[in-house]
Design a protein around this ligand. Structure first.
Ligand SMILES: [Zn+2]
Length: 126
C-alpha cells in the first residue's frame, strides 16, 4: 500500500523529481526507535516512513514532507516550505482539500516552532 501510494504521490506532486527511480521507499519502525514519522536519507537515496502510520491521509503528508527534503536538499527552511506549499496548491487543483489543509498546517508547525528545527534528521552529502 505504501509503495503504490508513494508512486502516485511522485507522479502527481513531484513529476520532474527522480525520473530514473533512484530513490527507494522503506517502511520501518522508526517512530518507536527515533521518534520520527519520516526520514530522508540523501546519501542512500532512501525515504523512510514509520510503519506505525496507518492512515492514508497521514502517509500522504509524511511522504510529501520527506520528498520535499529530497527535492530541495534542505532541512525545514524556506525552500522546503515553498515546495511543500507548491504541493498544497497541487492538492487543491486535484480537489484534495483535506490534504491541502494538512500540508499548509505542516508548514505552519515548522514555521512557528523553532525548536522543531533542531530535530531535523535530514542527512546531506556535503
Ligand atoms: Zn522534515
Amino acid at each position: 500500500m505504501q509503495q503504490s501510494l508513494f508512486n502516485s504521490i511522485k507522479k502527481s506532486y513531484f513529476p520532474r523529481w527522480d525520473q530514473g527511480s533512484h530513490w527507494k521507499l522503506k517502511v520501518a519502525g522508526i517512530r518507536k526507535r527515533f521518534g520520527e514519522f519520516g526520514y530522508c536519507d540523501d546519501v542512500s537515496k532512501t525515504i523512510y516512513i514509520a510503519s506505525e502510520i496507518k492512515k492514508k491521509s497521514d502517509l500522504q503528508v509524511v511522504m510529501i514532507h520527506e520528498i520535499c527534503h529530497a527535492v530541495t536538499r534542505t532541512g525545514h527552511g524556506k525552500m522546503w516550505a515553498r515546495r511543500l506549499l507548491k504541493a498544497a496548491k497541487k492538492a487543491k487543483e486535484l480537489k484534495n482539500f483535506k490534504l491541502e489543509a494538512a500540508l499548509k498546517k505542516e508548514v505552519a508547525i515548522y514555521k512557528n516552532s523553532p525548536s522543531r528545527l533542531k530535530i531535523v534528521k535530514f542527512k546531506m552529502k556535503k
